[in-house]
Design a protein around this ligand. Sequence first.
Ligand SMILES: [Zn+2]
Ligand SMILES: [Zn+2]
Length: 210
Amino acid sequence: MERRCPLQAAWGSRLIAPSRGTRVHWELLRAERAWFISTAALEEKPFHFRAVIDSGLVRLPEHWDLAKGVSASGCATLLDKHGLRSIRVRGRIEASALCDCDLCLKQVRHDFDADFELHFYPMEMIDSGGEAAISRAETEVGFYEGDGVALPDVIREQLLLWFPVRNLCGPGCKGLCQICGSDRNVDPCTCRPRFEDPRWDALRQLSLKR
Ligand SMILES: [Zn+2]
Ligand SMILES: [Zn+2]
């Protein structure tokens, strides 16, 4: 039984033939394609969007997950059509992200609901040293390769900017005990970390050799 997905031609040979198990995969690809912001289309008119983007489309770094789909609304515009050709995307993102606390490993939920504005410049600019022409704050800037940028990637870029550098369940998290492994926020154990004075290292090695 051979089925041929119409997307296969569009996406080229890097895709494997579909089977029953890859159905979800194809649906994601179809959605991914629907949310692609191409510079060719932007030449004609701005790209308006209002959607809930499937969490599977937003590829977050390891340890981060999305609790649900991401609500995004806004507009993408091609700026400076005959010069830098940057894509400006602005709008609003509502998302809930999950990540384990850096110290106690408890899952922490971060809710975001805010306006954003990002600018994407063609990747070729970097090769030609043109990035010096970019005057915006570095944090608002991304780069696109080829024909444009996918909305899920735009969302990813913005979420990365919003994610905390240190992910803690609270400012006073006591973390895990390094000796018995208990969560010191709920089970304050009596383990005492052994303090070893590094100045005795040389002496210890001497006594071992004996
Ligand atoms: Zn914690
Ligand atoms: Zn302990």
